[in-house]
Write a protein of this length. Sequence first.
Length: 168
Amino acid sequence: MRIDIRDGHLGDFEALLNLYREVAAVPGGLLRREAEITPDYIRYFVEHARARGLSVVAVDEDRHVVGELHGWVPNIRQLLHVMSDLTIAVSPRAQGQGVGRRLFEGFLARVRERFSGVERVELFCRSDNARAVALYKSLGFIEEGRLVGRVRDERGFVADDLIMTLRF
Ligand SMILES: CC(C)(COP(=O)(O)OP(=O)(O)OC[C@H]1O[C@@H](n2cnc3c(N)ncnc32)[C@H](O)[C@@H]1OP(=O)(O)O)[C@@H](O)C(=O)NCCC(=O)NCCS
């Protein structure tokens, strides 16, 4: 699959709504479930990423959005060296083909280039999300902590959340 990584823009709104709904419909990945992927949620992260961070999208050869990764620096003086609130979603039909890796490489390169004050990139990830954990570790993220039983799904299944960080 030929993939290009570019900055996200406001015209991606509908594509992001569809992408996040599609990804959230599959259990075990995103924290939010499909019904929680509302236009307000997409607006929330698009606006925060535009104001204080970054959104990168992966597009296929037909220019369809098949993945997105965003994050931002909190509006708190003592956290201005932290890139936080990261979320990544790759369409189920594009997973396992290197899209997630390309998104992270594009995101981290832009962080280094545009956010010279950032020294720490942090994210949360379910400990049983094997693909995501493997990807983050291969990019240099370390497991900094485990939040035991933080996630409880609709069937009552409980999972731990990992806090994973990359230091520049
Ligand atoms: C997690 C996710 C972002 C990874 O993106 P992806 O495009 O599927 O992953 P990639 O193809 O780039 O693979 C990256 C690495 O994951 C690992 N990996 C891939 N498939 C795997 C599998 N089935 N099991 C375990 N590890 C796997 C490999 O280490 C791979 O590295 P490689 O380049 O050396 O092969 C994507 O699958 C996704 O959106 N999942 C649903 C939402 C989600 O879980 N978001 C993250 C929440 S923390």
